[in-house]
Design a protein around this ligand. Structure first.
Ligand code: LLP
Length: 422
């Protein structure tokens, strides 16, 4: 459930009309709903009631300071994958002891920053990373807490670009080497193993791959404990999908997911860490864009928007579906079909092909739904397009929580060497 709906003929975010935000801030613009973020966080945490659970929001899904501060107020921790995300989480008020650091390529300076902050754990993804972390911890004279991310070789049955738990993926320690790496940790002086970590992919719409992976991990924890390792936490990653296209997809509810996890963990007596990203933020955001032109192609009709692939890459990158709705509630005019495209000079700059829609006229606004996760964070400035603003709504209030980039911000990063200056 989200808090974007029509009232008085207009699409609202909670109690604010998207049209009002667009008039004040311009388009394209991302708009997030506080009530939806809080609701998703609450529903997710309630699904784990009774278990000792730390919910670490995957910051990569949406790293805006206001979004993170909203979740911090709810008690969320953070899953970060870079020094940048670590800094964002800390600045937004997420306590270091609720932060886990994932990712296959942590640099020494990033490890140092995380140790200095005092994070809960490093999710280590390889033997070489483990040795590097041990060296950094030794230099700093501390013992770094680690969980090993294991690769259970399970097919998540999601888009191949967001599947991470198969042996051909770069993530995690190969299943056959898991015992060995825990022995290595025990032998190293400045790392200590406190947990096991797994994350098999994103936008999963079926519980079966999760169950298969989690059962393997529970077996591993028992085995490691039998071999004398003190495994206290189990980090089950993120990945639960959301209904981008409610008519085509019905992912399992957080309640069903939580119930499955409780059943699989049974009497394991581990605290658990969850790393949801999309489930918390995905349906808490929309991207509002204006129709620039209604172009008649030879056989197709192109609705050319002012948003482009650089603002929302998901359709171009994953063939992802985003519902596109008119901001002004449509009357009962007959539907037409059109391709929704952006102004960028790439054929891939296409949001939807042959999409059935109410007819629109230039100047009309549309909202891309489910644009709260992996949307603004993945934007870039191709074609020298400025990064677009982000707005957070809370009831009848709203605030610009990231201002629109200016051309000076953008071009000012370049410099011209002396030899080119006359
Ligand atoms: N934990 C780890 C270690 C991850 O790599 C990810 C996502 C998550 C948690 C959060 O997964 P979620 O609950 O959001 O599914 N850009 C892609 C998604 C990439 C996901 C990467 N890892 C997209 O737009 O679909």
């Amino acid at each position: 459930m989200d808090h974007f709906s029509y009232k008085n003929g207009q699409m609202y975010a909670e109690d604010v009309a998207l049209q009002d935000i667009a008039s004040a801030v311009g388009t394209p613009v991302y708009v997030y709903s506080t009530a939806t973020l809080v609701r998703h966080y609450t529903v997710f945490s309630e699904a784990f009631s009774g278990l000792d659970t730390l919910i670490c929001f995957a910051v990569k899904a949406n790293s805006n300071q206001a979004v993170l501060a909203t979740l911090a107020q709810q008690g969320a921790g953070a899953d970060v994958v870079s020094a940048g995300e670590l800094e964002r989480a800390l600045r937004a008020g997420i306590p270091a002891e609720k932060i886990v650091f994932s990712g296959v390529g942590k640099k020494p300076y990033e490890m140092r920053a995380a140790i200095t902050a005092g994070i809960k754990q490093f999710n280590v993804e390889s033997e070489v990373e483990l040795e590097a972390l041990n060296a950094v911890a030794q230099e700093m004279d501390v013992i770094a807490p680690v969980s090993v991310r294991v690769n259970p070789d399970v097919d998540a049955k999601t888009h191949h670009k967001i599947s991470t738990g198969k042996s051909e993926n770069k993530f995690g320690i190969p299943w056959a080497r898991t015992d060995e790496i825990y022995e290595r940790i025990a032998a190293l002086s400045h790392v200590s193993a406190t947990g096991v970590d797994v994350h098999i992919g994103s936008q999963l719409t079926d519980l079966t791959p999760f169950r298969t992976a989690f059962e393997k991990v529970v077996g591993l924890v028992k085995n490691l404990r039998a071999n004398g390792h003190d495994i206290r936490h189990i980090d089950l990653g993120g990945g639960l999908g959301i209904p981008y296209d409610p008519e085509a997809e019905s992912p399992p509810s957080p309640i069903a997911y939580g119930a499955m996890i409780k059943e699989v963990l049974a009497d394991l007596e581990c605290s658990i860490i969850m790393e949801p990203g999309r489930l918390i933020a995905g349906n808490a955001g929309v991207l509002v864009s204006e129709l620039l032109y209604d172009k008649k192609g030879e056989n197709r009709r192109f609705y050319i928007l002012d948003a482009a692939m650089n603002d929302l890459i998901r359709p171009a990158m994953y063939d992802a579906f985003h519902t596109i709705v008119p901001v002004k509630e449509p009357d009962n005019a007959a539907k037409i079909t059109a391709d929704f495209v952006g102004p960028v000079c790439e054929s891939g700059d296409t949001f939807a092909k042959n999409r059935e829609t109410s007819p629109l006229v230039p100047g009309d606004l549309v909202a891309f739904k489910s644009a709260g996760a992996y949307a603004a964070v993945m934007s870039f400035t191709y074609n020298s397009r400025e990064l677009v603003p982000e707005v957070l709504v809370n009831g009848d209030k709203y605030a610009v929580v990231r201002k629109r980039q200016t051309l000076n911000d953008l071009i000012g990063l370049d410099s011209v060497p002396d030899w080119l200056k006359s």
